[in-house]
Design a protein. Structure first.
Lengths: 323, 294, 450
């Protein structure tokens, strides 16, 4: 019954390829490069140049502010990263943490964004207030988020989460060390991150929901489709591009995971190893341990990995008609 | 958890009309639970900021607004009350200046670049644009170290806190998706009127793509206002210190002045929260129109 | 002034410049070293404004420092002080990332960071700038930390001491007898028994505060928690500049495992009020809590840290003051340091934070430290100084943290390992990994030799 609706594309979605050839401003030969140049210059100086510098530094043994001369060591930093059992394990573990975070956060946050959007997409009295509540955390800078959640996760009965759980369970649940226990440390950071940022994705999905043409739903109702069927066969395909977009930006953000972990791991009895991400490891190696060459090598490897992921993701999305 | 409940409610809703009322009640219940999850930490922050430090971390009673006073706020201003420590107002001013500069610069520079990629023809455009897209995935933290290497001579200035963040590949990408949708006829009309590319862009295209600017402005603002790592590396001087660097001062007190931490945090977000609440409708609407572009 | 900037550092920049036009326009290079190490600063005119950097500490400490500075300014008319305070978590970074010209004339530094600051050319020796009288009035226990390669780089107003602060009322209720001198310290085993007894009398069943809220994965862990445990168990962090075979020794594994076993008795103390509110009976922390803890009145007692086998040990050393390597006004800066070390200044400062004075005359005049006074134990511990790790014996008590330019990696790794062990990781594994990381770093830096 729903085959037509499935193939139907939301009218608002755009395929870049289709429009790219539209009217240009052919008369001004240099206008294009001129328009693009300030941003390109900025990207070149503040993103490309330092990345190239990282590439160069990764072949040296070099310390910041050190009187020791930098020493060319060829691929040593890389071979160490892969063969030194400690470094390889730590780097592998950090990568794993990043992937765990991304693998959990991307689907969970995308689905939650959709669920929340569905939840607030009903015209109910007081909905504005509920929406406001949900989107408040968005204005929290991560430095502050980390402080507030550190109190929430605090070990012992004084901690808010422990107090709430104790109260709800009538005292049967005993206090847990959320950030200190390696089993829950990453999970705790994930919940905190979702709290802080899911509402942004929610707003995007909400908007998409509202732009799905109502005729499609009417057609589905005539087909006596249940609400759930409508959701699966009308809503989800209708906002598919948006969901892909949301998953994409969430992926990008989740590989950037830094502030929360960096700040939280320096407070309380947190076991740094269980929450370390590649970013915190790079900063820790480069600044705290003053091993710039090693940090640079990590940067380069990490860049290669996420570039690869991004290419695969985009290719996959394009193949299915997205982005 | 919320997901499955929502879906359940959607499923149940389909069949019987007499369950409608019950369903609405359930909807409200879920809404309440979800809102609590998002709102309680905010509430806790604000209420805690008015309570004595020793009562902030005291289990459930941390939520009860007792012994309220402005002591934590005066405590913050007292501590940050001399040239040596720097002043709260000074930190806030630095944050405002840097954030404003980044947002303004970012809107101008990135929109122009995106427009060039979306609507103009020039040699090498495709390959350059592809490079920009690849750059969207480079996290700033990854280049912070070499960037610091390059600019350590510019430490303790305001401009070095802002300039690196103006050009932003992701913002270019966002603008790009908007500009693709601008009807070609509008530009054509402008061109026939004798408008050059600059006038066309600033007087014709920008006004009809305000939502794009709003979206990028909001995203850039949120990222910049809480910027932490770069200032840690580049700023020592209290006169150019932004707000996020000062939070830890109160945490390091003995015993920790949690009340002051929360007061500081409240002052950090409440102005932003106020602006966002005032413009909420407009804000949601703006992002809405960007939503389906992806 | 010589320019020690490494040759290959310049090559790196050239290489980058070749690939990126952008870099050509940029002059800064974080790698540029500081002034040549070991040479004294320019004496300058002896007047004008001097810049001073310090850690933004406790509110009371800041006030005391400001008061001392205003006393200094009013005691003479020629030198003005421009003080800047930095949040403590950003301080070391601020010093490390400052170019020589941006360094202040006078700076605050934490004892164990001195060697690396000196190594990196951030600081200058005091000889010639600070008076002989000031230098000779420093207590022996603080001199150790302020001396690198036989040159004195710092002078301290205060030292630091650790203790188990006890709540007499709770200890009595539980029927626990407690030691008051280092010789009689509880053994680790006895201590576990004590905790068992105390658990029954405190409200939450967690009678111990280990100052977990400071985070073990940082300087607190190394200096004041893992350090004393390791030293007391007969171990060290380094031996002959190597961590393998020292840090990962069986003695350390045993001691730190025992330490971690106390987690179940430990109140996380995130609010910093566990002791004063009576939630815990024992608090493992430094002298700096004294101004708050003295609220307990005569119920406040100080107990030596547990003995893990070779006698109780504590860490000594703390923040002290030195000269920035780039100072052009050494004479004025020296005068300021002389003033800081005068009895009146030392008194003002140590009264604000409860620290043991680090000058002989002020220590003798102290109202807290000395025979029969409330903090006698902490003073006694400091007077039984071991020196550095290698010099530890059964009877000495206070140990100076490793004086090495490689200290940043040591503290990073030891703290991280302690946090991991405390979180439940295998101690042998955590310590071995830390030892290998330290040795690797030392090897990369040729053992931090000149």
């Amino acid at each position: 019954m729903t085959t037509q609706t499935q193939t139907q594309r939301p009218p608002t979605s755009t395929l870049p390829a289709r429009r790219r050839s539209s009217t240009g401003l052919g008369g001004h030969r240099f206008a294009g490069p001129i328009f693009a140049s300030p941003a390109l210059l900025g990207l070149a100086i503040f993103l490309v140049a330092p990345f190239v510098l990282a590439l160069v530094l990764s072949f040296y043994r070099v310390q910041l502010n050190s009187p020791r001369p930098a020493r060319f060591v060829g691929f040593e930093q890389y071979t160490r990263l892969f063969t030194d059992p400690d470094l390889a394990a730590a780097f592998g573990h950090a990568l794993l943490n990043n992937f765990t975070f991304a693998l959990i956060v991307v689907p969970v946050q995308t689905v939650l964004a959709l669920a929340l959007a569905v939840l607030v997409n009903r015209k109910l009295r007081g909905m504005v207030i509920f929406r406001t509540f949900i989107f408040m955390p968005l204005v929290f800078p991560l430095a502050l988020t980390a402080v507030v959640w550190r109190l929430i996760y605090s070990r012992g009965d004084q901690g808010l989460l422990n107090a709430i759980l104790g109260f709800l369970s009538g005292g049967t649940l005993t206090s847990h060390d959320w950030l200190g226990d390696p089993a829950t440390a990453m999970g705790s950071i994930i919940v905190m991150s979702i709290w802080q940022s899911v509402s942004f994705q929610m707003i995007i999905v909400l908007a998409a929901l509202q732009s799905v043409p109502t005729e499609l739903y009417e057609a589905a109702s005539l087909d006596r489709a249940s609400k759930w069927d409508q959701f699966l066969n009308v809503t989800v395909p209708g906002i598919r591009n948006t969901l892909i977009f949301v998953a994409l930006i969430t992926t990008i953000f989740s590989f950037r995971l830094f502030d929360q972990v960096y700040l939280l791991s320096r407070s309380g009895s947190v076991d740094r190893g269980s929450t370390e991400t590649v970013m915190t490891q790079i900063i820790n190696t480069g600044f705290d341990n003053n091993n710039v060459g090693q940090a640079a090598a990590m940067t380069v490897i990490f860049m290669l990995i996420i570039t690869l992921i991004a290419i695969i993701q985009r290719a996959a999305a394009r193949q299915r008609g997205g982005v | 958890m919320t997901m499955s409940r929502t879906l359940n409610s959607a499923r149940r809703g389909g069949s019987m009309k007499r369950t409608r009322r019950w369903q609405t009640a359930l909807h409200y219940l879920i809404l309440t639970v979800v809102s609590l999850f998002f709102f309680l930490p905010v509430y806790y922050l604000i209420v805690g900021s008015f309570r004595p430090s020793e009562e902030v971390l005291s289990g459930l009673s941390g939520f009860i607004p007792t012994n309220m006073s402005f002591d934590n706020y005066t405590g913050v201003f007292d501590h940050l009350g001399s040239e040596a420590t720097g002043y709260f107002g000074q930190f806030a001013a630095v944050s405002v200046i840097v954030t404003t500069a980044v947002v303004a610069g970012s809107l101008l520079v990135n929109s122009m670049a995106a427009y060039s990629f979306a609507r103009m023809q020039w040699r090498g455009k495709k390959i350059v644009f592809l490079l920009v897209i690849v750059l969207t995935i480079i996290p700033f933290e990854a280049v912070a170290l070499p960037l610091y290497f390059m600019f350590s001579g510019q430490r303790d200035t305001i401009y070095i806190q802002a300039i690196p963040f103006i050009a932003n590949a992701f913002s270019i990408f966002l603008f790009y998706t908007f500009f693709l949708d601008v009807p070609g006829e509008i530009e054509e009309a402008a061109r026939l009127d004798g408008a050059g590319p600059f006038r066309t862009f600033f007087q014709v295209v920008v006004p009809i793509t305000k939502p794009a600017f709003a979206t990028v402005a909001i995203l850039t603002f949120l990222a910049q206002w809480g910027s932490y790592l770069w200032p840690v590396l580049m700023v020592s001087d209290p006169t150019v210190r932004p707000l996020p660097l000062a939070i830890s001062i109160f945490q390091n007190q003995q015993p920790p002045e949690w009340g002051q931490v929360l007061a500081f945090g409240t002052m950090f977000i409440v102005p932003v929260l106020a602006v966002f609440l005032i413009f909420q409708r407009w804000f949601v609407a703006s992002i809405s129109s960007s939503a389906v572009k992806g | 002034m010589t320019n020690p900037k490494p040759h290959s550092g310049a090559r790196i920049l050239t290489a980058v410049a070749a690939v990126s036009i952008a870099t050509l326009t940029l002059t800064g290079c974080g790698g540029s070293g500081a002034g040549s190490t070991g040479s004294a600063v320019e004496a300058g005119s002896g007047e004008g404004t001097i810049n001073v950097w310090a850690v933004d500490g406790q509110a009371a400490e800041n006030d005391a420092l400001k008061k001392i500075i205003s006393n200094f300014e009013s005691s003479q008319g020629k030198i003005k002080v421009n003080l800047k305070l930095f949040p403590s978590d950003q301080y070391t970074k601020a010093v490390n990332s400052a170019a020589p010209g941006d360094l202040p004339d006078v700076l605050d530094f934490d004892g164990p960071t001195l060697a690396s600051f000196v190594y990196n050319g951030k600081m200058a020796p005091l000889k010639g700038s600070v008076s002989e009288a000031t230098l000779s009035n420093q207590t022996d226990s603080i001199k150790g930390q302020n001396t690198v390669d036989d040159a004195v780089y710092g002078v301290g107003m205060m030292n630091a001491g650790l203790a188990l602060w006890g709540n007499k009322k709770l200890l009595d209720t539980a029927g626990v007898a407690y030691p008051t001198t280092p010789e009689k310290a509880w053994t680790a085993e006895e201590f576990t028994g004590v905790l068992d007894k105390l658990a029954a009398v405190v409200p939450g069943g967690k009678p111990l505060d280990l100052s977990e809220q400071y985070g073990f994965a940082g300087e607190w862990g190394t200096c004041c928690s893992a350090g004393p445990v390791i030293w007391s168990g007969g171990g060290t962090m380094l031996k002959d500049n190597k961590a393998s075979g020292a840090l990962d020794s069986d003695a350390n594994v045993k001691s730190l495992t025992t330490f971690a076993s106390w987690k179940k008795y430990t109140d996380p103390n995130a609010d910093g009020l566990a002791f004063t509110s009576g939630r815990v009976a024992l608090s493992w922390v430094g002298h700096w809590t004294y101004p708050t803890y003295k609220a307990l009145g005569s119920d406040l007692i100080s107990i030596p840290l547990p003995d893990f086998g070779t006698g109780t040990k504590t860490a000594s050393g703390t923040f002290a003051w030195g000269l920035g390597a780039g100072s052009k006004n050494g004479a004025a800066a020296g005068k300021f340091l002389d003033f800081l070390m005068m009895d009146e200044s030392v008194q003002t400062y140590t009264e604000a934070n409860g620290a043991p004075p680090a000058t002989k005359t002020a220590l003798a005049a102290s109202s807290l430290y000395g025979p029969g006074k409330q903090l006698q134990l902490l003073g006694d511990q400091l007077s039984k100084a071991c020196g550095t790790e290698e010099q530890i014996n059964d009877t000495c008590v206070s140990v100076t943290r490793p004086v090495s330019a490689g200290y940043p990696i040591i503290t990073d790794q030891v703290g991280k390992a302690e946090a991991a062990i405390y979180a439940g990781k295998d101690a042998k594994e955590a310590l071995s990994a830390a030892a290998r990381a330290i040795d690797q770093n030392f090897a990369d830096n040729d053992g931090y030799k000149k």
